[in-house]
Design a protein around this ligand. Structure first.
Ligand code: SF4
Ligand code: SF4
Length: 277
């Protein structure tokens, strides 16, 4: 099973659920797809065994062949090629490697070159296979790194994908292909608003999902009313507890101090698994 763990809003406890679920289960793959701010390994403490650069292809122009016709600049919707009085200029960090500029060039003046935008790492913590990825500073395209991470998904082991926060393309890239998505939320107006956006996205992608309410006991009951109305299962409520927050701030999991919640996470996981198979 590929289980993605997401939250419309950052800071709701997505990482807490991902790492504590992985540590409670064991024999699982945990992939931290939040490549702009990966922090699962603060809690997992995996031994890193290797890393691999991630590159994208960007165009380069052969000045000998370029006719300065401007067709490539006109085509590029991302303003990554600009037709300047001094000639055609490429801005690699804006390029989405769509390939369109090369297609419209009538004089075969465009070829490709690799540009590194980040890297992924693999490691191990007991029987947990761990992966995370890092987008280089100044780069704006997390999705190729997320794709590289998702190539590591094994077919013979359950996989937990810790999604990036929000509902932008990096979230969509991560959840795409998941068998189920857990939406971690909190009972606050911001949590509720962003939950609704994530729910709409998952419905459109036809990915089954359920909700975990974190820090239960604070805020109002709007989310529960919403879930009831929309027939969205509330899979688990993790109570608000200062000691869980203290453990988080020290980079520690809660499975030893809160074994009952750990058991409930495992139970939730297997309930989902039986629901989708
Ligand atoms: S389309 Fe080709 S020939 Fe025209 S400006 Fe771009 S690179 Fe040069
Ligand atoms: S590959 Fe696509 S995004 Fe990149 S410069 Fe060419 S047209 Fe623009």
């Amino acid at each position: 099973m590929i289980l993605s763990i997401a939250s419309g809003k950052g800071g709701t406890g997505k990482t807490t659920v991902s790492v504590n679920l992985a540590l409670s289960l064991g024999q699982v793959q945990l992939i931290d797809c939040d490549v702009e701010e990966p922090n699962d390994n603060i809690f997992i403490k995996a031994d890193i065994e290797g890393s691999q650069d991630v590159s994208v292809e960007i165009p380069q122009i052969d000045p000998e062949r370029c006719l300065n016709c401007g067709a490539c600049a006109n085509f590029c919707n991302f303003n990554a090629i600009v037709d300047l009085p001094s000639g055609i200029k490429i801005f690699p960090s804006l390029c989405h490697s769509c390939g369109g500029c090369k297609l419209v060039c009538q004089n075969d003046a465009i070829s490709w070159k690799d540009k590194k935008i980040g890297y992924i790492r693999r490691g191990k913590k007991d029987d947990i296979l761990f992966y995370d990825g890092f987008l280089d500073v100044g780069e704006s395209r997390p999705t190729p790194i997320i794709k590289s991470l998702k190539y590591q998904i094994g077919t013979d082991i359950d996989t937990i994908l810790d999604c990036p926060p929000g509902t932008s393309c990096s979230f969509l890239e991560t959840v795409n292909g998941s068998d189920f998505c857990i939406l971690v939320t909190e009972q606050t107006p911001f949590g509720f608003n962003d939950l609704k956006i994530a729910v709409e996205a998952l419905k459109k992608m036809d990915i089954p999902f359920g909700v975990v309410i974190n820090r239960d006991g604070i805020g109002d009951d709007e989310i529960e009313i919403f879930c009831k109305k929309e027939t969205i299962p509330i899979l688990l409520k993790i109570p608000y507890n200062k000691d869980i927050a203290k453990l988080y701030s020290k980079g520690e999991s809660f499975i030893d101090c809160f074994p009952e919640i750990s058991r409930q996470l495992v139970y939730t996981f297997y309930s989902i698994k039986s629901m989708i198979t």
